[in-house]
Design a protein around this ligand. Structure first.
Ligand SMILES: C[S@@+](CC[C@H](N)C(=O)[O-])C[C@H]1O[C@@H](n2cnc3c(N)ncnc32)[C@H](O)[C@@H]1O
Length: 519
C-alpha cells in the first residue's frame, strides 16, 4: 500500500471517481451479467410500469396543452444494462396503443458514459424493434461535463434550446454513482472534507483491476474551513445555508455535479424538464442530521448515498413542484421533480405519481417480494401466480419460484395450467436477455413439458440452446417434444444426438425405434 503522499483531494476529485469510471468503461455489460452491480430493484417491470404511467400522463398533459406535433425527448442518464429502458418502452408502447388517443410522439434516448454499453444496446434483440420504429436512440453523455446530446443512430445533435417540448429525464442509481462534494457543518460553520487515500501501488497494485483497487482503498478525511460555500455567490448557497443553520456535527454529501448536470441537460429545452429518479438517499433534512462520513458500498464499483434533499430544495426554489413519498422508504426512494412552467398544470403526471409511487410503489413491491422470497414453500399456486402478475410477469420471480410451481403442478387445474402457459409467454415477450448465468428458457421448457404442452415446450427448449449447450437430458426432451408435434425428422435428429452423448439412454433408445418406423 502506498499513501498518495498525504495528497488532499476535494472529495469529488479524489481518484476513487476515476477508478469508478474505469470500472464501468472497462466492464460494459459484464458489470451486470456477472451480477456484480445490483440492478433488479431499479430495473424491474414494476418500476418500469410506474415510470411508463408517469410518462404516459406527461404525454397526455402535453396533448392537453395542444402540443402534439413535436416529439417529447426522454433521456435516461447512466442507462447501464438497458433493462429499464426496454421495460419502459414495452409498457409505454402498450399503454399508447391501448388508449388510442392523440398524443405527441416521443423518442427515448438511452445514454451512458461507457461506449461498451452503447455497443451492447445497439445489437440487443429486444431493442432493435424500437430502433427500427425510430423511437429509440443512444447517446454518450458524461454527467460531469457534457452539454449536448449527440444521438448515435439518427446523427441528430441536440444543443441548448433545441427542444420545443420539455425534456423528460430518467436517472436511476445515478446520483449515487457520480462525483459529489463532501461538507461538514458544526456550530454554524461549513467545512470541506478533503480526503487522502491509500491505494495498492507498485508490484502490489500493478495487476489490480479498478474494482480491486476500490475495494482496498482506505480513505481518511481532513477538515478545512470552506468559506466559499458560505458566500452568497456559491450557486447552491441557499441549500448550504440551510445546512449551516439547521444541522450540527453532520457530514453532507453535496450533489453539485448532479445539480449542474440537471441544469445543463435541462437547457436542451426552453420549457424545462421532468425528472423521474430512484436511488438510495433521502429527501428529508433529518436524514443528514449527525451523519457520519460516507461509507463506500462496494459492488464491483461503489456507490454512496444520493442527496435528494439538496436536489429537491434547489429546484423547488426555482419554481419546481416535486414529489417524494410521504412515508419512509426502505430500499429505494423514488422521486419526481417537475421543473416546468406551471407544474401544477401537469395533472396526469402528478396523478400517476400518486397512484403508482405514493400509494404503493416499487419500494413497497421490493419489500414485499423480499418477504415472499422466503415464503415460497408455504405458498399455493394461486398466490405464486398472483405475485407473478403483480410484478408484471417478472422473470426474476419465475426463476425463484419455478421449483415450487413444478411441485404444485400435479394438483393444479387446467385453468391454472393455461394461466402458467400464457404467463410464460407474456414474461418471455418482455424478457431482456443479458446472457446471465441462469437459463430462463430451459426452466420454461421443463415446466411446459411437465404440463404436456409440447409445442410450447419445444419452442423454449430450442431457445435455451442459444444460452448454453444442451446435455443429453435437454436433447432427449427436445426429441420427445418434436415427436409429440409430429416433427419426426427433428425427433430422430435429437434422439441421435442424445444417444451420442449417452448411448445407454433408455428413453432415447425406445424413441429411436418408434421414430425410425415413422420416417
Ligand atoms: C449504478 S449504475 C446504474 C445503472 C442503471 N441506471 C440501473 O439502475 O441499474 C451507474 C451507471 O452510471 C454510469 N455512469 C457513471 N459515471 C457516469 C458519468 N459521469 N456520466 C454518465 N454516466 C455515468 C455507469 O456507466 C453506469 O451505467
Amino acid at each position: 500500500m502506498t499513501q498518495t503522499e498525504q495528497h488532499l483531494y476535494r472529495f469529488s476529485e479524489s481518484p476513487i471517481w476515476e477508478l469508478q469510471r474505469s470500472y464501468y468503461e472497462e466492464q460494459g455489460i459484464k458489470a451486470w451479467q456477472t451480477e456484480e452491480v445490483p440492478q433488479y430493484i431499479t430495473s424491474n417491470p414494476i418500476i418500469a410500469m410506474a415510470y411508463a404511467e408517469m410518462i404516459f400522463g406527461f404525454l397526455q398533459d402535453r396533448a392537453r396543452l395542444d402540443s402534439t406535433s413535436e416529439p417529447v425527448t426522454i433521456v435516461e442518464l447512466g442507462a447501464g444494462s438497458g433493462r429499464l429502458a426496454f421495460h419502459i418502452l414495452n409498457e409505454l408502447c402498450g399503454l399508447i396503443e391501448f388508449a388510442g388517443i392523440s398524443l405527441p410522439p416521443f423518442r427515448y434516448v438511452m445514454s451512458d458514459l461507457a461506449d461498451k454499453n452503447i455497443s451492447y444496446w445497439q445489437q440487443h434483440r429486444g431493442l432493435i424493434p424500437y430502433l427500427e420504429q425510430g423511437i429509440l436512440d443512444f447517446a454518450k453523455f458524461d454527467a460531469v461535463k457534457d452539454t449536448e446530446l449527440r444521438l448515435v443512430q439518427s446523427g441528430v445533435l441536440l444543443g441548448k434550446g433545441d427542444l420545443h417540448q420539455p425534456l423528460l429525464v430518467i436517472a436511476n442509481y445515478f446520483f449515487d454513482s457520480i462525483p459529489q462534494e463532501l461538507i461538514y457543518v458544526e456550530e454554524g460553520k461549513v467545512y470541506e472534507c478533503k480526503v487522502s487515500l491509500q491505494l495498492p501501488s507498485g508490484v502490489e497494485g500493478a495487476d489490480q483491476s479498478p474494482s480491486e483497487m476500490l475495494k482496498q482503498a482506505v480513505l481518511e478525511y481532513h477538515y478545512r474551513r470552506a468559506a466559499d460555500y458560505e458566500r452568497k455567490t456559491y450557486p447552491y448557497h441557499n441549500v448550504v445555508e440551510l445546512y449551516r443553520e439547521k444541522l450540527e456535527d453532520s457530514h453532507i454529501l453535496f450533489p453539485a455535479i448532479g445539480l449542474e448536470c440537471l441544469e445543463r441537460i435541462g437547457q436542451l429545452s426552453q420549457q424545462g424538464f421532468l425528472l423521474l429518479t430512484a436511488d438510495k438517499g433521502d429527501h428529508r433534512l433529518e436524514s443528514w442530521e449527525f451523519a457520519e462520513p460516507p461509507k463506500l458500498i462496494h459492488h464491483g464499483s461503489f456507490s454512496i448515498t444520493a442527496n435528494y434533499h439538496a436536489i429537491q430544495m434547489f429546484f423547488e426554489q426555482k419554481g419546481a413542484v416535486s414529489y417524494f413519498t410521504t412515508h419512509h422508504h426502505n430500499n429505494l426512494n423514488v422521486g419526481c421533480i417537475l421543473m416546468l412552467h406551471d407544474p401544477m398544470g401537469y395533472a396526469n403526471t402528478r396523478l400517476a405519481y400518486r397512484r403508482f409511487i405514493e400509494r404503493f410503489g416499487p419500494d413497497d413491491f421490493f419489500s414485499m417480494k423480499e418477504w415472499f422470497d422466503g415464503q415460497l414453500e408455504e405458498m399455493e399456486l394461486r398466490q405464486v401466480l398472483a405475485l407473478w402478475r403483480l410484478g408484471g410477469y417478472d422473470a426474476q420471480w419465475l426463476l425463484q419460484s419455478v421449483r415450487r410451481i413444478s411441485d404444485l403442478l400435479p394438483d393444479c387445474t387446467e385453468q391454472e395450467m393455461e394461466d402458467i402457459r400464457s404467463g410464460i409467454h407474456k414474461m418471455w415477450k418482455s424478457y431482456y436477455d443479458m446472457n446471465e448465468m441462469h437459463n430462463l428458457a430451459l426452466y420454461c421448457g421443463f415446466l411446459l413439458y411437465q404440463m404436456y404442452m409440447f409445442e410450447d415446450s419445444l419452442f423454449f427448449f430450442e431457445q435455451s440452446l442459444h444460452h448454453s449447450e444442451a446435455d443429453s437430458e435437454v436433447l432427449y426432451h427436445l426429441a420427445v417434444c418434436s415427436y409429440e408435434v409430429e416433427s419426426y425428422d427433428c425427433a430422430l435428429d435429437y434422439t441421435v444426438k442424445t444417444l451420442a452423448l449417452e448411448p445407454e439412454h433408455e428413453g432415447a433408445l425406445t424413441l429411436y425405434k418408434l421414430v425410425k418406423v415413422l420416417i
